[in-house]
Write a protein that binds this ligand. Structure first.
Ligand SMILES: C[S@@+](CC[C@H](N)C(=O)[O-])C[C@H]1O[C@@H](n2cnc3c(N)ncnc32)[C@H](O)[C@@H]1O
Length: 273
């Protein structure tokens, strides 16, 4: 009961955070764009010719735009639970595009009257619980032989930041950890009716400084959730020590810093039975 209430509160906060971040999300979109590009490359590599596409957790539409550019003939449904994200995504496309629907909906409740031949999702599914339940649900929206391509952030994401924070303020450990790549793979391999190709890559993103990195994360709505919020906030002095040490330890040749993202890409085929 208590766990249910806390999950409901987390979900409400998530919607609020991402809606609030919608207008600033694209200001520093390098990482999300690069990850989305990898997904599109994987679609191209697999030789797919999709006619109906779903983008699950579309955010501001970064992946939707790339997929549309590659498959302009396909119908595209872009779904996100955060109203402002959906609004920003919609504005990126010409008005009255009859091939496009931007839909505000919890993807766990989203059902289409007609199955998709391609479902994509970038940097979103690790936010949605239970993770496997969401993937199973998406598979029900896919036609036999269809392809589900997702990228997900793993536990090693921003490990440099997490390690420093634990050294400086060990009593602020976040409520949840992002899953490990191997756990996803083990779970997916146990799923009937699919063929899986799993990839993992590290992506280094440059920032001007640690303070800039924290600001960007905040502008993208990814701070304050269960993967970063601890039992208490960092004190001002702890935050200062964190950014100073980060700048000293993770500086790069340009005079900035980098943050590392640990990313899984899963290419899942629904087997024709
Ligand atoms: C980090 S953003 C990624 C957005 C986009 N796919 C990209 O690559 O930039 C995660 C998105 O997932 C959305 N999201 C989280 N939980 C969701 C849910 N249950 N249903 C639909 N969207 C959800 C958030 O609102 C947010 O826009």
């Amino acid at each position: 009961m208590q766990a249910e209430t806390s999950e409901r509160n987390d979900f409400k906060q998530l919607i609020h955070r991402f809606s609030n971040a919608a207008r600033t999300y694209d200001l520093h979109d390098t990482m999300h764009r690069d990850v989305a590009l990898r997904l599109v490359e994987q679609i191209e590599y697999s030789g797919a010719r999709p006619k109906r596409i779903l983008d699950a957790g579309c955010g501001t539409g970064i992946l939707s735009q790339l997929v549309h550019a590659r498959f302009p003939e396909a119908r595209l449904d872009a779904v996100d639970v955060a109203a402002e994200m959906v609004r920003v995504a919609r504005q990126k496309f010409p008005p009255a595009s009859d091939w496009l629907r931007c839909i505000e909906c919890d993807i766990r409740d989203f059902r289409s009257h007609e199955p998709y031949d391609l479902i994509v999702s970038s940097s979103a599914l690790h936010w949605i619980f239970p993770h496997l339940g969401v993937l199973e649900h998406l598979l029900t929206q896919l036609q036999p032989g269809g392809q589900l391509l997702v990228s997900i952030m793993n536990a090693g994401t921003l490990a440099e930041l997490h390690q420093l924070r634990m050294a400086i303020a060990p009593d602020t450990a976040p409520a949840r950890r992002l899953p490990e790549h191997d756990d996803w793979v083990a779970d997916l391999q146990g799923m009937p009716g699919i063929r899986l190709r799993a990839f993992r890559f590290a992506h280094r993103v440059p920032y001007e400084s640690a303070a800039h990195m924290l600001r960007v994360l905040n502008q993208q709505g990814v701070t304050g959730g269960p993967f970063s919020r601890g039992p208490r906030p960092l004190r001002r002095q702890e935050l200062r020590r964190l950014t100073e040490r980060y700048d000293a330890l993770h500086g790069d040749a340009r005079g900035g810093v980098f943050g590392t993202y640990d990313i899984s890409l899963f290419d899942i085929r629904k087997i024709v039975s």
